[in-house]
Ligand binder design. Structure first.
Ligand SMILES: [Zn+2]
Length: 156
């Protein structure tokens, strides 16, 4: 009989084999399945209810919001069509969702159309990455300043 650890290695090896050798669409399909599982869980289990999801360590230690605070509640709100509450819980996550969906479709299109070629897109220019990092840091600071509306995580 195989142990639990052996089963984990077997699954990992099988996923790696599928993703790298057998199908150019394996990567996008695996990511889509994982995202669908997470979003389904968030749709069913309300992150506002205590006890199921972990608490943010930064929020618990400092009482301040990190850039990710409110993300689970924002995604839960989006699964229920509540854009206003989603924006209130974490505006950055809500704004990132269309970009992530577009990125996934772009990746899937590259994978579908070019099975023998590299399926990874070009990396973003360094300036874009630094600008996004600046936006996240500015969001982190602004959402913890009293009197700045609509940027906090909606709790505490
Ligand atoms: Zn947090």
């Amino acid at each position: 009989m195989r142990s639990t650890a052996d089963s984990g290695v077997g699954i990992s090896q099988r996923l790696t084999k599928v993703a790298s050798h057998q199908s150019p669409m394996a990567g996008p399909i695996i990511v889509a399945a994982g995202a669908l599982a997470i979003v389904s869980c968030l749709a069913v289990r309300d992150p506002s209810a205590p006890g199921f999801y972990p608490t943010c360590v930064f929020k618990a230690l400092t009482g301040w919001d990190c850039p990710g605070c409110g993300s689970l509640r924002a995604l839960h709100d989006l699964t229920h069509g509540d854009l206003r509450d989603g924006l209130d819980h974490n505006v950055l996550v809500v704004l990132a969702v269309p970009f992530l969906i577009w990125s996934w479709f772009s990746w899937a299109k590259r994978s579908w159309g070019n099975p023998g070629q590299a399926r990874v897109g070009k990396p973003a220019p360094a300036g874009v990455i630094y600008a996004l990092l600046g936006v996240v840091v500015a969001f982190w600071i602004l959402r913890n300043i009293a009197g700045v509306p609509f940027l906090g995580s909606g709790i505490g």
